[in-house]
Design a protein around this ligand. Structure first.
Ligand code: MN
Length: 502
C-alpha cells in the first residue's frame, strides 16, 4: 500500500457516461442542476458531456463550463480535430481524448493498426496542448490491451504532453489483484498522474477502483448512483466512503451531501435507487430484526459499521417494524409518535404485528400506528387531522382531469379543487390544496398493485409521504377504484404524519 496517495481526486462522469445509461436523457437545464450539485458536493472534475455528439450537447457543456463552478470542467473528444475543437469551443478546462488500444476494438471498430493508433493519439494530445488546456488521455479498453503496447502508448502520450492518463476498464472484466498489477506496471513506467474508469459488469467497479488506488492511482472516475453504460460505473458514494472510512484516504467530497445528490439524480434520471443500495439506499441505515434493533438502541455501532454513520452521508437511521421487530424498537417508535402503551398493551401490539407478519403481510410504520391506536383506543376519528367527506373526479380525452375534495381539516370544513395530468394526480393535488401551507409534504413513493385479476380488480395503492423534517410515513388502501384508493392512502399517510408530530 506504500504507493497509495493520501488524497484522491474525484472525477465525476455522471453527465457523460452516466447520461449514456440506457433510457436516460437529461435536458440541458437538468444537467446544469446536476453540475451545480456535484460542485456543492466537492467533486474535483465534472465531465460535462461529449460536445461533438450534438448541437444541444455542445451548448449544454458550454453552459456548465461558463457557470463559474469551482470544479474543473471536462469535455470528451475522439482523437480528431473536429471533436477537440468542439470541446475547445465550450471553454472546458480539460479535454478528455480517447482511442481504442485493444486489438479487438482497433480491428473491428476503427479498423486501424497499432502504429496508426499510436500516431493518432500523439497527434491529438499535441493538438490539445497547443491550445493551452489540460489533456486527459484514455486508452479505451486498456484492460484488454496488450500490456507492452499499452505501456508504449502511455509513454508516448506522456512525451507528447498529456497531463493525466486514464486506464479504462471499458467492459468491466478486471478483478482487484489484476488491476493492482496493471496499475503498478503503469506507475513504474510513466510519471504523470494515473486515473481509472471502471465498469460494473461483474459488480467489481468499486473494488477495482480501490485496488487501483492501492497501486498508486491519483484519480478515480465515478458516477452518482452508479449510472453508466450497461451495468454502470463505479459508484461515487461507495468509492468515496470506502476511501474515507476504510482506507483513511481523503478526498474533497463533502460527504454530508451524498444522499441529497443521489436523490436529485434519481429524480432527474428516472432510474430508481434500489432500497439496499449501499450508503444512499433507503435501507442503508434501517434495522428490522429484534436482535439488531435492540443493539442499535443501546449503541449504534453494534450493528452498523461505526466508521460510517448516517449523519456523515446525510442519511437517517430508521427502525422498521416487521415481524422481526423487537419490543424495544416498537416501544421506541410509539414513544417517538407520542404514544405511551402500558406493558400489557405493548405485548398485545407485538402479537398483532407478528400475526400480520406470519400471514406474509408487510407491516409498515403506518400499520403499527393503526394497530396501536386500536389497541390503546387513543385516536378517535375527531382527533384525526383530516376526515374525508366527498371526492369527485372528472376525466376523459376531451377534458382536463379535475378533482374536487370535501374534507374536515382540524375540525374546519374545507373544499379544494385542482387539475392534474391524470385523475390520480388531480386528486392528490386537491388534497394538498385543502391542507394549505399547514403541511409541507412531499410524495416520496406511489405504487399501485393489482391484487386480483380482471377489470374489477382490487387495486392496492401504497403511498409514502415525507414531511419537512424528513419523517417518512407510508400508508395503503385497497379498492376497485384507484382514484379513491389513492386519495384514501394519501389522507391516511398525512394523518399518520400529523399524529407523529404531536
Ligand atoms: Mn465508460
Amino acid at each position: 500500500m506504500n504507493m497509495m496517495h493520501k488524497h484522491i481526486q474525484i472525477f465525476d462522469t455522471t453527465l457523460r457516461d452516466g447520461e449514456q445509461t440506457p433510457g436516460v436523457s437529461l435536458t440541458a437545464d437538468d444537467k446544469l442542476v446536476v453540475a451545480r450539485q456535484l460542485d456543492k458536493l466537492g467533486v474535483d472534475i465534472i465531465e460535462a458531456g461529449f460536445p461533438i455528439s450534438s448541437k444541444g450537447e455542445k451548448k449544454s457543456v458550454r453552459r456548465i463550463a461558463d457557470a463559474g463552478l469551482h470544479a474543473k470542467i471536462c469535455g470528451l473528444a475522439r482523437v480528431t480535430k473536429q471533436d477537440i475543437d468542439a470541446c475547445l469551443d465550450c471553454n472546458v478546462d480539460i479535454v478528455h481524448t480517447f482511442i481504442p488500444t485493444s486489438d479487438i476494438q482497433m480491428q473491428y471498430t476503427i479498423e486501424k493498426s497499432r502504429e496508426e493508433v499510436l500516431q493518432l493519439a500523439i497527434g491529438a494530445v499535441e493538438y490539445i496542448k497547443e491550445h493551452g488546456v489540460e489533456c486527459l488521455f484514455s486508452a479505451m479498453d486498456a484492460t484488454r490491451t496488450d500490456v507492452d503496447y499499452l505501456l508504449r502508448v502511455y509513454q508516448d502520450v506522456e512525451k507528447a504532453g498529456a497531463d493525466t492518463i486514464n486506464v479504462p476498464d471499458t467492459v468491466g472484466i478486471m478483478f482487484p489483484s489484476a488491476m493492482k498489477e496493471l496499475i503498478k506496471k503503469i506507475y513504474d513506467t510513466v510519471k504523470i498522474p494515473i486515473d481509472v474508469h471502471c465498469h460494473n459488469d461483474f459488480g467489481l467497479a468499486v473494488a477495482n477502483s480501490l485496488a487501483a488506488v492501492e497501486a498508486g492511482t491519483r484519480q478515480v472516475q465515478v458516477t452518482v448512483n452508479s449510472l453508466g453504460e450497461r451495468a454502470g460505473n463505479a459508484d461515487l458514494a461507495e468509492t468515496v466512503m470506502s476511501l474515507h472510512s476504510i482506507y483513511k484516504v481523503r478526498t474533497n467530497i463533502q460527504t454530508k451531501h451524498l444522499v441529497e445528490t443521489s436523490r436529485l439524480v434519481e429524480r432527474l434520471s428516472g432510474i430508481r435507487v434500489p432500497p439496499n443500495m449501499p450508503i444512499v439506499g433507503d435501507n442503508a441505515f434501517s434495522h428490522e430484526s429484534g436482535i439488531h434493533t435492540h443493539g442499535i438502541l443501546i449503541r449504534t455501532d453494534t450493528f452498523e459499521p461505526g466508521v460510517m454513520t448516517p449523519e456523515m452521508v446525510g442519511h437517517r437511521r430508521r427502525i422498521v417494524v416487521g415481524k422481526h421487530a423487537g419490543k424495544h424498537a416498537v416501544k421506541q417508535m410509539l414513544t417517538d409518535a407520542g404514544l405511551k402503551p402500558t406493558d400489557g398493551q405493548l405485548a398485545e401490539i407485538m402479537q398483532r404485528i407478528k400475526d400480520l407478519g406470519d400471514k406474509g403481510k408487510r407491516v409498515t410504520d403506518a400499520d403499527l400506528y393503526t394497530i396501536a391506536e386500536v389497541i390503546m383506543g387513543e385516536v378517535a376519528k375527531g382527533e384525526q387531522a383530516i376526515v374525508l367527506e366527498e371526492v369527485s373526479v372528472m376525466t376523459g380525452n376531451k377534458v382536463t382531469p379535475t378533482a374536487s375534495i370535501k374534507a374536515v381539516v382540524r375540525g374546519k370544513p374545507k373544499i379544494g379543487a385542482q387539475t392534474g395530468v391524470g385523475p390520480v394526480d388531480a386528486a392528490l393535488r386537491a388534497v394538498q390544496t385543502i391542507l394549505g401551507k399547514d403541511a409541507k409534504i412531499k410524495l416520496r413513493d406511489f405504487r399501485i398493485e393489482a391484487i386480483t385479476g380482471g377489470s374489477d380488480a382490487l387495486a392496492e395503492v401504497i403511498i409514502g409521504v415525507e414531511d419537512e423534517k424528513g419523517n417518512i410515513v407510508t400508508a395503503r388502501s385497497a379498492r376497485e377504484d384507484i382514484v379513491m384508493a389513492s386519495v384514501e392512502a394519501l389522507v391516511s399517510a398525512i394523518n399518520r404524519l400529523m399524529l407523529r408530530k404531536r
